[in-house]
Design a protein around this ligand. Structure first.
Ligand code: UTP
Length: 416
């Protein structure tokens, strides 16, 4: 056996993960190499810590949670709106804005077999989510006489399909050199006993590391470097699954610059206190997003002097950062959150187990966990019907599904 094998063997023995090499002899030479590389690159200490945390339900420290200040876009007086827009428009026209679309998710809830961005929500144009987003960038390019670089984050699972889709559609007529794909990181999945799973091929089962993986992926894939070369100062980061996402918004840029902050986020008013969304807040004096699962009931119903929810600014994954703040964030590792999911795997008898119920943990970083590293953040409240049409579930669920997104999109287009 080679020295790489001996090294890998030592590691798996140290961490009680010997089963990972059970089927080594049966693998092809290529796969043997791949498995050893996987073992040598995984941070087993971190995997162990994450599993221990799940077991011990580590106590959360007492945080001081306070409402966050925001500006309501629909209520800004026209003079101030023009002032902010002029600042933002200047940045866009000078070619200092880039857009990042995070499209590495699994789209499990939608139940579509393929990258979510290739999904057609049923518009008469039959356009995919990718094309709808591309349309909005093309419109902005024309308006401001620039070409905004569009960075698309994919994952190991969907990168090839995504790139092939763009090729087959001739990049929707967008200048090809301004569409840049980059892959997010991955993390091994573990079972309820903390054992790392093997996939159907006998390799380590890995899953995308969550949308919070975007910062480190931008660093590792030299996206930050590329942006510097292109003279980019501001970056909009959003998801692929909001049909009404406004990636190019001068008001948001103007607000961040005017407030002298390194990041800004958009919010929509929480529909009702129990709505399952995270909301912007200040946590221990820093901007943050509190998940609905962490929010005590009395807090979720509290109202301010205007009769509005005190914690009512829903986070919609529409955020703007300056390049320096992304550089800073990308140097630190964000916390990983466990998610209990269904995962097919190869068991110790060499049989493939098809999961019908959640049976394993995957670990995800959340984009908004990085907000606490920022001193301050500007929040712009926008109208749900103008900027938020998520595609999360299948139509059978009836909410945040292709049907609701299609209706919102059509209404918006008709009233524009
Ligand atoms: P979500 O977590 O809401 O949805 O991602 P999802 O992963 O697409 O679908 P489910 O949860 O499996 O049903 C919100 C946005 O973040 C991106 C998604 O592609 C989507 O645009 N995302 C999520 C990533 O890019 N990578 C991830 O690891 C997770």
């Amino acid at each position: 056996m080679n020295s790489k094998y001996s090294e890998a063997k030592k590691i798996v023995e140290k961490y009680g993960q010997q089963h990972l090499l059970n089927f080594y002899d049966k693998l092809t030479e290529d796969k043997k190499e791949k498995l050893l590389d996987q073992i040598l690159s995984i941070d087993f200490e971190q995997v162990k810590k994450l599993y221990d945390n799940i077991q011990n339900h580590t106590e959360k420290k007492d945080n001081i949670i306070e409402p966050i200040e925001y500006l309501d876009k629909s209520k800004i007086d026209i003079k101030e709106k023009n002032y902010l827009d002029d600042i933002g428009k200047e940045i866009i026209k000078e070619g200092k804005l880039a857009a990042v679309t995070m499209a590495g998710g699994q789209g499990t809830r939608l139940g579509f077999n393929g990258p979510k961005g290739t999904y057609d929500i049923g518009l008469s144009s039959k356009k995919s989510l990718f094309e709808l987003l591309c349309d909005s960038l093309k419109e902005a390019n024309q308006k401001y006489n620039v070409t905004i670089p569009w960075y698309i984050m994919t994952s190991e699972e969907n990168n090839a399909d995504t790139e092939n889709f763009f090729k087959s559609k001739n990049y929707f007529g967008y200048p090809k050199e301004n569409i840049i794909f980059f892959k997010q990181g991955k993390f091994p999945m573990i079972d309820t006993n903390g054992k790392i799973l093997l996939n159907e091929e006998g390799l380590i089962k890995e899953a995308a590391d969550g949308h919070g993986g975007v910062y480190i992926a931008m660093l590792k894939n030299k996206v930050i470097e590329d942006m510097k070369k292109r003279g980019i100062d501001w970056i909009f980061i959003g998801g692929i699954d909001n049909v009404l996402v406004k990636m190019v918004d001068p008001t948001l840029i103007g607000l961040a610059i005017d407030k002298n902050v390194s990041a800004a986020g958009k919010s929509v008013v929480k529909a009702y206190p129990e709505e399952k969304v995270g909301v912007f807040c200040n946590k221990n004096g820093r901007p943050s997003v509190i998940e609905y699962t962490e929010m005590p009931k009395d807090m979720s119903t509290q109202k301010d002097n205007n009769g509005e929810l005190k914690f009512g600014e829903s986070h919609i994954l529409c955020n703007l950062f300056n390049l320096k703040s992304i550089e800073k964030i990308s140097e630190n590792i964000l916390p990983y959150h466990p998610a209990f999911k269904k995962a097919n795997y190869l068991n110790n008898d060499g049989k493939i187990v098809e999961a019908s119920e959640p049976n394993a943990y995957k670990f995800e970083a959340f984009l908004f966990d990085a907000f606490e590293e920022l001193d301050d953040m500007a929040i712009l409240r926008v109208k749900r019907e103008e900027e938020f049409a998520p595609v999360k579930n299948s139509d059978a669920k009836g909410v945040d599904c292709p049907k609701t997104a299609r209706e919102l999109y059509e209404n918006y287009q008709n009233n524009k």
